[in-house]
Ligand binder design. Structure first.
Ligand code: ZN
Length: 315
């Protein structure tokens, strides 16, 4: 027994029935309670980031708030390896400057796992007070809290235990006017093409997209364009925590930022819950507000994503 270990000393004192030691019981429960909760991702922190980000307001491309959203990401990720990937998108309203953010955390194993979200809101909803708390907001908060997790790990051990993890914050996922293959997913189409040209895609073991999964009523669908083995891996990760009921209860294809990667042969999954409010009535409306987002859902997302990253790294 380690004599320096206070928990063991205290428990020994408790079991020996020393007088005046009743509070020790509380201390022991505190210790065990703390270690149990420490195993879970901090969804409350992700919600804090979401709240802060969403308070900027609507952040459609070309708006002053979009510039504020960019500054917000830059400020929160200033201690990391951050790359700004700027490009000109050809849109129905003419050329629009857009900006993806890529944050890299190095790992001990070969290969990269990309974890992505989009961060902007819809240009065509600019006359509505659409803040996209769940659509773009919650997953931005989720990735920022995950960045905290990876940053702490790299500070301790220089490299992540498994593969490198790159976080990507896409611009221009939403249509400018009306959704089509040419008017949507500007940031992901640009980056997938660029990484195809320079060979980066060959290093990506898995591309994991998070979209609209802060919803209180979490119901992540089986997005049928996603890669089968990655769906199985996420299912396995969810089962580990007893979260299976939140995943893959219905099959539905979705066009999203993963498709540019799927189409280039990168194993990809879209973790999306496109069933938001009664009959999806909060989606792309002024109802998409912070009160619809839950820290519990973000904890579930974070736990499952971190376990998925661990499992993919072991493959
Ligand atoms: Zn959307």
């Amino acid at each position: 027994m380690c004599s320096a270990c206070p928990a063991l000393r205290l428990s020994r004192a408790f079991w020996l029935g020393e007088p005046g030691r009743l509070p020790v019981l509380a201390v022991i429960f505190f210790f065990f309670g703390l270690s149990a909760s420490a195993q879970h991702f901090n969804g409350a922190k992700a919600l804090d980031y979401t709240r802060e980000f969403v308070s900027i307001g609507p952040r459609w491309p070309t708006s002053p708030n979009h510039v504020k959203a960019e500054s917000f990401l830059r400020e929160h990720l200033k201690h990391d390896q951050i790359e700004e990937d700027t490009f000109m998108a050809n849109t129905p309203i003419g050329p629009v400057n857009m900006r993806n953010f890529i944050v890299r955390f190095p790992g001990k194993k070969d290969g990269v796992i990309v974890l992505a979200t989009h961060y902007e809101t819809n240009y065509w909803l600019k006359n509505l007070n659409f803040v996209g708390a769940n659509d773009g907001g919650a997953t931005t908060g989720l990735l920022l809290a995950l960045a905290d997790h990876f940053r702490e790990q790299v500070a301790r051990t220089k490299q992540l235990e498994g593969c490198s993890v790159w976080l990507v914050f896409f611009d221009g996922e939403e249509a400018i006017q009306s959704w089509s293959q040419s008017d949507s997913t500007y940031g992901s189409r640009h980056l997938a093409a660029k990484w195809g040209r320079d060979g980066t895609l060959q290093r990506i073991r898995a591309f994991i997209l998070a979209d609209m999964i802060g919803d209180k009523d979490l119901d992540i669908q089986h997005e049928t364009n996603s890669t089968d083995w990655l769906v199985s891996t996420v299912r396995q990760a969810a089962s580990k925590f007893g979260y299976a009921k939140y995943f893959f209860q219905r099959d539905e294809p979705v066009e999203d930022d993963h498709l540019a990667f799927v189409n280039r042969g990168v194993p990809s999954i879209d973790l999306i819950d496109l069933n938001y409010g009664p009959n999806n009535s909060y989606h792309h409306t002024a109802q998409d507000t912070l009160d619809k987002v839950s820290p519990r859902s973000l904890t579930i997302d974070g736990d499952v994503i971190l376990e998925t990253i661990r499992l993919v790294s072991q493959r």
